[in-house]
Design a binder for this molecule. Structure first.
Ligand code: LRH
Ligand code: MN
Ligand code: MN
Length: 388
């Protein structure tokens, strides 16, 4: 069993990035149920993210989505974050909510539309310069709905040309991280449908291009931890977009649908050095809270990641290796299950107390009075960006 002091040190050093859009109103294409007190602008989203960090101590980074978080002065937004003990994280581009992008953005057959999309990505790098963000996070809705609609290979060529232009614009300390998703909104082909496609483009682009694994973006039954292990081995895992799913890209709270899967993923991360700062893996949430209270939902998600991390760190790796080398199938499996079945909540309560925090982050948030304050003060909150 890994010793508790080492596990505690690692848990205290954990860094989780929360998404600005997780704080705004969101819904499905059927209905957005507006909640009282949600942020009215990106500055207020950061105010809410600061509450999550205050309650958990491990969520100092916040991802932005452009243009959902468009402001006049990005340096002022970064200063607002810093005053609250936060740092601006990944800049997420958005080339999927404009009429021009009906047939795609960077892979669109019309060069004028491709130019517009690439210019948006370049603008995102300008924003990174102003905010000090390290990562440009790219997800493309590009694809086709019908066989024959467009040339699959030509679309890959256009995609790569766009990525190359943006990669060349990155600063020395900036990275491009490329997210894949097997379907939706395109239903026949998607131009970056899987980790292999993302990996192949990143490999050609260079060291500062890496893959993003969004846990909701795979076909049912996909072994995500295998992908994670493979990418870590190749030093090509850039980030996670954590969320849970039962059916498609549900964007539910991470660890809610399948906590065992989250444990298996984080076991591969722990085993393969992915928590070390030099591995440069960003642990982001990408979720929407349609019916549950937003700030408590983000806090719960952070706690779920912490619990799965604690279990992953508790795996007795020596015993596991011995059992594996001896061909002891049941023994090896038992080592993993022992860690998974450990109740790590007392350990995490201790970790929080040692960090000067309330042992129960949700109780700390309830006691802070923040929810009552925002409900009273904020009228007319923002939609996260998703359909009304
Ligand atoms: C696409 C996605 C991608 C977007 C986010 C809002 O499904 O996962 O990361 O930027 O949702
Ligand atoms: Mn995502
Ligand atoms: Mn998604």
């Amino acid at each position: 069993m890994a010793d508790h002091a080492t596990v505690k040190t690692a848990l205290k050093a954990q860094v989780i990035e929360t998404p600005s859009w997780g704080y705004g109103n969101s819904g499905t294409r059927f209905k957005v149920f507006a909640q009282q007190g949600v942020p009215r602008d990106p500055f207020e989203k950061l105010d809410d993210a600061a509450q999550v960090h205050a309650a958990t101590g491990v969520a100092p980074f916040v991802s932005l989505h452009i243009p959902w978080d468009k402001v006049e002065d990005y340096a002022a937004l970064a200063a607002h974050a810093e005053e609250r003990g936060l740092t601006l994280g990944a800049i997420n581009s958005n080339t999927f909510q404009d009429d021009d992008y009906k047939l795609g953005s960077v892979a669109h057959p019309d060069p004028k539309v491709r130019r517009k999309a690439v210019d948006h990505l370049l603008e995102c790098v300008d924003i990174m310069d102003a905010t000090g963000s390290r990562d440009l996070k790219l997800w493309f809705a590009d694809g086709t709905n019908y066989p024959g609609q467009d040339d699959i290979v030509a679309r890959q060529d256009r995609l790569f040309e766009a990525l190359s232009e943006v990669y060349a614009r990155l600063g020395e300390d900036q990275r491009m991280i490329l997210e894949y998703k097997f379907f939706e909104p395109a239903f026949y082909t998607t131009d970056v449908p899987d980790w292999g496609t993302s990996y192949a483009h990143c490999l050609k682009l260079g060291d500062r291009a890496r893959v993003v694994v969004d846990t909701g973006h795979h076909a049912p039954g996909t072994n995500i931890e295998f992908i994670v292990a493979f990418l870590l081995r190749e030093r090509k895992l850039g980030a996670f977009d954590f969320n849970s799913r039962f059916y498609a890209d549900d964007d539910l709270m991470v660890g809610s649908a399948d906590p065992f899967q989250l444990f298996r993923i984080l076991h591969e991360v722990a085993k393969n050095g992915g928590f070390a700062p030099e591995a440069q893996v960003a642990f982001m949430l990408d979720q929407c809270h349609n019916i549950e209270a937003k700030i408590p939902a983000v806090i719960r998600s952070v706690m779920n990641v912490q619990e799965a991390t604690a279990k992953a760190l508790l795996v007795d790796t020596d015993a596991l290796r011995c059992a594996q080398q001896a061909g002891d199938v049941l023994g090896a499996n038992a080592v993993l299950m022992d860690a998974y079945n450990t109740d790590v909540r007392p350990l995490l309560r201790e970790v929080r107390e040692e960090m000067g925090l309330h042992p129960d982050p949700l109780a700390a948030y309830r006691a802070s009075g923040w929810q009552e304050r925002i409900v009273a003060e904020r009228v007319g909150g923002l939609q996260a960006g998703w359909g009304a």
